[in-house]
Design a protein. Sequence first.
Length: 578
Amino acid sequence: MIEDKKLKDLLTKDDLIDAKKLADAFKECQEKKTTLFYYLLEKNLVSESVLYNLAADFFKLPLVDLKDENIRKDILFFVPEPIAQAHEIVAFGESDEGIKIATTDPTDLQTIEFLKKRLEKNLVIHLATPKTIKEALKQYHQSLEAEFQNIGKAEQDEPGEKTDQELKELAQDLPIVRVVDTLLEYAIFEDASDIHIEPTEKNVVIRYRLDGMLKEVMTLPKSVQAGLVARIKVLANLKLDEHRLPQDGRFKISSPQYKVAFRVSIIPVFDGEKVVLRLLNESTKTLSLEDLGLQKKQLELLKTGISKPHGIILVTGPTGSGKTTTLYTIMNVLNKPAVNIATIEDPIEYRMPRINQSQVNPKIDFTFAKGLRALLRQDPNIIMVGEIRDKETAEIAANAAMTGHLVLSTLHTNDAVSSPQRLINMGIPSFLVSSTTNLIMAQRLVRKICKNCIYSYTLDKKMIEELDRHFNLKKVFEFLIKEGLLAKDKASSLDEVLFYRGKGCKKCGQTGYKGRVGIYELMEVSPKIAGLITEKASVEQIFNQAIAEGMVILTQDGFIKAITGVTSVEEVLRVTQE
C-alpha cells in the first residue's frame, strides 16, 4: 500500500519498530520481491492497528472499526458478496456525501471504480483493518442464510416435483434473483470465461474458469438448487419443467460498463441439473495481431500468409487454446470494404460488423459442408470455416482455396506438423493438401505472471531433472543462445539462469497469474515442405525440414516467454505436455 522506502521512513521517524529488525525486514522484502507493509503484517513485526493507523494518516482517510457495526441489509448488498470477500471491501453506511465504503486497500482503484460505476453514486472511502473487515463479512452469511432457511422451509412444506407456475414463482424469489445476479456480475468482474453450477448430494457448488483453470468460488445450500436452475432457465427462455433432457439457450446482460452474452448449457446429472454458462464479452475490443503474443519472425510470417489472395490458413490446438480468438483477430485485420468475408460457425461466438456470419444447425441438417457449399455461391473473397471435422468439409475448403478464395479454419491436432497428415487421413489427396495450404499455426494459452507479485528465482537440481525429462533442455538452451536471449556461458550452468513466477497477491486471487497469452508454432508450407507432403513423407521428415527452415516450436516459444518473465516454466510444462 505504502511504498517501501516511505514506510521505512515513517516507522523510523515515529520509532515504531527496532531499527535492526526493520533493516532486516527491508532487505528480506527486496530479495523476496514482496512489499514491506504486508511482510510486517505477515510476520507480526508491527501490530495491525499501528500499521493501519499509519496508513490512515498517510492516505488522509478515516479509520473505521466495523467489529460491532450492525450493517443494514440493503446497504451491505450494495457490494456483491464475492467481490467483498475477494477484495476486502464492504459498504457499511450511507450519508449525504454518498455510500460509506470500508477497504483494507485504498489503492485498489479497479474495484473502487467498478463499484462507483455499478452504484452510480459517490463513494466515501474509509480504511479498515483486515480483522474488522472479516467480522463485517460474516453478516453476508447471516443475512443470506436466513433467507435460504426460508426457501428451505418452503421446500420442506411442499416437497415433490414443482409445477411450471411454482418454478416461475421460485425464479422470481428475491434471494434467488440476488444470488444469480451476484454470480453473473462477479464472473464479469473477475473476467471468468465459464460459470459451472454443480449440484452435489448435500449442496450446490459454484466454480468459475479463470485464466483457463477452474476455481471454486461459492458453496450454496441444496435448498436453492431448484430456484437457481429455474432462474437461469427463465433468463435463457428455456422450458422450466423439462428436467430429463439437455437444453441450450442464451441471454445478454448490458450496462454502460459491459455487454456480455451468456451461452447456457443444462444437462441432467445424478443429483439434479448441471448448468454451465459460457461468457462472451461483446464489449471487449478486438485484438490486433501484435496483441496475440507472436515473436517478430512469427508475426511477419502470419502477415505474409494472410496477405495472399487464396489458399488455406489453419489454426490448430485442443479445445480452449484460443483458436477462435486468433481467427477473429485475423478477420478483423482483413475486414475491409473492398472484400466480402463470409463465415460458417458453430456457434457464432462474437458478432463482427460487415462480416456475414452463419450458424450451423444439425437439427435441420445445415452442416459445415452444406453451409460452406452455399457460401461459395455468395461471391466471397475470404471464407472462415469454424472447424474442419470431416472429409466433405475438407474437400470443399481445399477446392475453394484452389479456385481463388482465402480460407481460414481450425483443426484438432496437437502441433502444426501433423496437420497435413490429418487432412490426408480424412481422404484429401496429398497433392491438394500441399498445393492449397499456405500456413499452419499451432497454439496453446499460458497464464501470464501477475505483475504485482512477480519475483525471479533459479532452478534447483530436482526441477532441472524434471524439465529434462519432458524437454531436451540442452537443445532448448542452444536455441535461446542462438536467439540472443542467453549468454553462451549459461548453457552449461542451468542453475544460474533466472526464471520468474508470481508469489500470489490480492490482485491475482493468490494464484500468481493474471491474464493469458498464446505460445505459437508457425509452419509455412514452403516448396520443399509442399514436396514432402505430396510424397506423403512422415511427420518426422516434415518436422526436420520445418526446423531446418527456422520454425520455432511451441516449447521454444514457451521458454522465450518464460525467460523474459511473461509466464512461468511450470505453465509451459503444463500446456505442452498435456
